[in-house]
Every structure is written in structure tokens, then in C-alpha cells.
Design a protein around this ligand. Sequence first.
Ligand SMILES: [Zn+2]
Length: 281
Amino acid sequence: MDKVTLMFPGFRTKAFTLSFDDGLDTDIRLAGVMKKYGIKGTFNVNSGLFSPEGTVKPAGRDSIPLTVSQAKELFSDPDFEVASHGYRHIALGHTGGADAMMDVLNDRITLERTFGRLVRGFAVPYSSYNDDVRTMVRLAGFAWARGGGRKTDFLLPREDEWYDWTGIGQLDGAVDDLIDRFVGEPNLYYHGQLLMLYGHSYEFENVDGLWEKAEERFRKLVSCEEIWFATNSEIHEYVRAFRGLVYYADMSAAYNPARVDVFLRCDDGKFRIPAGKEAKI
Ligand SMILES: [Zn+2]
């Protein structure tokens, strides 16, 4: 037995996730549409920018930040992950130093205290990245960071790429072709494939037909039984669990030290390695 490849939960070969920034009131409508289709995703919010309770959206505004009570209701649903987008949405790469460190760490502390959930992800405001920002994010306890970028190859992040995770913006002209390829082309030979779509929910309000377009995309995606729908951190945790499997030297069995079941394919077939257990492969 030589080749072990990753499958997603339920022996699926593909995974899809959404990542939306800025913590806006339009996230509530988006979450409703996601729920309708069974799509999961991650909302990257700024805990220093919540609207005061009772704020009424001014006429002519596409969106305003969520209030804390709106956000608490949204994130009471485990299908919607809360991740950090910095405390004040500052350009960390330009700010640097203690001010930037404080912004990163303060957001994680505030979000975890506010929502009572572990916060593992960080979307970099303005994609203002550099090695110092990656280090700050990692030392603040975030497991991954997502920026802008344009990923069209369906490859999972390598271990050294979790702090440069990216997908494709929902407004990119290539998205519909990419979804068609993702849904339509079988994934027979390679490690699990991933498609991440990112954006801002205000874009639905100021781009004509985008709400309808999103539903059309979701319908297409959920029609494909090969796709696992998950939040950003669920994908991170799952891929790390696969990569953390411990094999017997002769590859006759594997031990899974993680807290999630791992699904894999090898020369002898498809196998599930239960969380915390060993299984023959
Ligand atoms: Zn932003």
C-alpha cells in the first residue's frame, strides 16, 4: 500500500466554503439564503465596530455593521462560524508594532468573550499582509489567516500556507466557470479539492442580480453529492486531522489522534478512521 489520499467526511471528494467579511447587517439575509440550501460558512467581523443596539440603517446605505445582539443570534447557529477581521479594521501591515498586535489580540479576546465560542480564523483587513502580520496572527492563537487573492486550482492549502489561505472573490468574472468545473469534473485521482468563495454581503445590495446569482450558484453546488459543505475552520481542522494520522510502518493501519473522524482512500479501498482510534487500512 503506497498512496493514501484525503477524502472529506462521508467519503466525499470535494469541499466548499464561504468567507464573508466586515460583520454587516446584510450577513443576516445571506445567512438565511445559506441556511435554505445547507451551505455553511465563516463571517469575519470587527468586534470594535459593532453598531449600537437599536441603530436604524440610514436611508441610502447598503449595509451597516451588525449590533452585538444581532451577531449573537447569527452565531448561535453552528453552521455560521465567527472569525476575526481585526478589532478596528485597520491596515495591519502599514500600522505594525504594538498597535497592530493589540488590534489582532483584542479582537480574538472580545469575540470569544462575546460569543462564548473559540475563534480560530482571521481575515486580514485590506489584505494588508506581511511576515510581521502573519506572526502576530499566529501568536494571538489563530490557526489560519485569509486574504484577498485569486485561487482557481482547487488545491488544499499546504501546511505552510494556512496563514496565506485564499479563495476567489464572488465578483470575479471566473466564478461561474469555476463552479461549473468544480461541480462537473470528477475528482478521481487527487487529494480532496476545495473551493472557497469570499466577499462582502453589501455587494449583494449594490450589484444588480447578485442575490439571485448567489442562489443559482448554491443550487448548482448542493446538487453535487460529492461536495462537503463546511465552515473555514471545520475544513482547516479536518485537513489537519488527515495530515496528523499516524501510520503503522507497513501501512496496515492508522491511528487518528484528532477529535474528528478521518476519511481516506488507499489501494485497498476507502476507510474511516474514527476520532481517537486506530483502524485497519
Ligand atoms: Zn473588510
